[in-house]
Design a protein around this ligand. Structure first.
Ligand code: UDP
Ligand code: MG
Length: 317
């Protein structure tokens, strides 16, 4: 690493997770560079290659070779978007760190709005999606449902329609850096930290190239992480269901007894018993599953494994 680079610590760090974005990386670099240069303050881009297999890694290396402000962190395999962003935060040196997608769905120009709010004294400035372009109804519907469900169910108030596109002050980056939980939901973690936070509206654009790397299965996993990391509601569900079942049976017992005593032919045979057994069995299996989900997460944490393995990376600080 040239000595010159070490002397200047950047004021702004742009963190971009990249997974198979060969069609976007160069354009992303050019747009961000053009914009950051207008600020006339030192900056850097941390490009985290999350185990790309389409040649994006080589493009990142090439760009970094040409421009010392680009610092590549190259993962040994695909660890997932939230982990890639975490690594970016770990390597970022700036006073303000901006997380942005590399597919240009988050328009780089919005970074100026984020920076303006930061200069007013806010420690977390998140970008709120006012409109989303070029995404199918299924994605829009599930995303909207996801944000509203998370909002209702979790204990931390995570802002609606907000992704990871945001600016985070150094103080908050350091706090999040100390939170090494495996199943990460960064928006929740950033909200949990506190400090002064504010939203800035923007229109989410269409992808510059390529397809989404967030199929339904990954979105479902993220939703599960969000819920289990910030809420005990699923565990409490067992108690609620228990009360409901017990309540129903308490009401049912005198009714059945009365019917029998009045010699009615109703409710004879095995069917009623079978329904009760199946219903209770189902409730018990569901609650066991919920317990298993949380226990599995405790197990993952207890292993104490590192969050990611890098194969190439610059010095941390
Ligand atoms: N990404 C990543 N690792 C993954 C999936 C995605 O680093 O396992 C990156 C991806 O390259 C992009 C960003 O995370 O820069 C957001 O992903 P994507 O655009 O596919 O998600 P969407 O915008 O469709 O929700
Ligand atoms: Mg995208």
């Amino acid at each position: 690493m040239p000595a010159k680079e070490k002397l200047i610590t950047p004021k702004y760090s742009v963190v971009a997770p990249i997974y198979n974005e060969i069609g976007c990386v160069r354009e992303f670099y050019e747009q961000v560079t053009k914009l950051m240069e207008t600020l006339r303050e030192p900056w850097e881009i941390i490009m985290v290659d999350d185990g790309s297999t389409d040649g994006s890694t080589d493009v990142i290396r090439e760009i970094a070779q040409m421009d010392a402000r680009v610092r590549p962190v190259i993962f040994a395999r695909n660890f997932g978007h939230q982990i890639a962003v975490t690594a970016g935060l770990d390597y970022a040196r700036g006073d303000a760190v901006i997380i942005i997608d590399a597919d240009l769905q988050d328009p780089p120009a919005v970074m100026l709005d984020l920076i303006a709010k930061w200069k007013e004294g806010f420690e977390v400035v998140y970008a709120v999606r006012r409109k989303r372009e070029g995404e199918g109804w299924f994605k829009l519907f599930t995303a909207s449902l996801f944000y509203r469900l998370i909002y209702r169910i979790t204990d931390v108030k995570i802002p609606l329609d907000t992704g990871d596109f945001r600016l985070i002050d150094r103080k908050v980056v350091d706090v999040i850096g100390q939170m090494r939980e495996k199943h990460r939901f960064l928006r929740g973690m950033a909200a949990w930290v506190g400090y002064r936070q504010v939203g800035v509206d923007y229109d989410r654009k269409e992808r510059f190239a390529g397809k989404t790397k967030y199929p339904f299965s990954k979105m479902a996993k993220l939703a599960l992480n969000a819920i289990t990391s910030f809420s005990y509601f699923p565990l409490q569900l067992a108690t609620y269901l228990g009360f409901i079942c017990a309540g129903i049976s308490i009401i049912a017992i005198p009714i059945v007894a009365a019917l029998r005593l009045s010699n009615q032919a109703a409710l004879l045979g095995q069917a009623t018993t079978l329904i009760a057994v199946l219903f209770l069995g189902g409730v018990q299996l569901i609650t066991l599953g919920i317990l298993g989900e949380y226990i599995g997460r405790i197990y993952d944490e207890s292993k104490g494994r590192p969050l990611y393995i890098v194969s190439e990376a610059p010095d941390k600080k």
